[in-house]
Design a protein. Sequence first.
Length: 209
Amino acid sequence: MALYKAAQEGKRADVLITMFAENEYSYMFHKPAVEFTSLQAEALGIKQIIGKTIGKKEAELRDLEDIIVRSGVKELITGAVASKYQKDRIDAICEKHGIKAIAPLWGIEPLSELREIAASFDAIVTHVSAEGFDQSFLGKKIDDEMIERLIKLYNKYKVNMSFEGGEAESFVLDMPLFAKKIRILKAHTLWDGQVGTYVIDKAELEVKA
């Protein structure tokens, strides 16, 4: 969504920076389906630079800073919505190295973001880990029906509907900037009664209809 918003303002990304964190509960990076971001980069028609980190709090920032600096970017687009922890740290890295930080989604109203995703994107839920979420969310598309479910969860449990508090994670299969879309060939779910993940085992790009 951040790339989409930036493109609408005339800024098209030419590289996708992806961090692979070993820690399932990294403060900065999400993990579910991150290996399939290579298909997203290909669909976008841009190169991908991959960095790796153990994912230890604060130490992972040094790994992020290293990959950002090595990439040589002059402007950095991020999808921060409401996490001051994440945005402040990325902004500090950018300021230190003379990089312009761009956060098109910062402060966006959650329902506004969700409705735009439902209208223009094919995005699915890949992970849930908050009260109110159950196994039925896993692998499901973020559409109008999903939005109604999230509104009910917000009203009852006050979850962040943009998933900014780690309540859930999502993965984009198609969006307006993709030349091709991602098709999942094989997947399975993991559920322990409270936390669940939709694990994509195999996926490929296919021509849009």
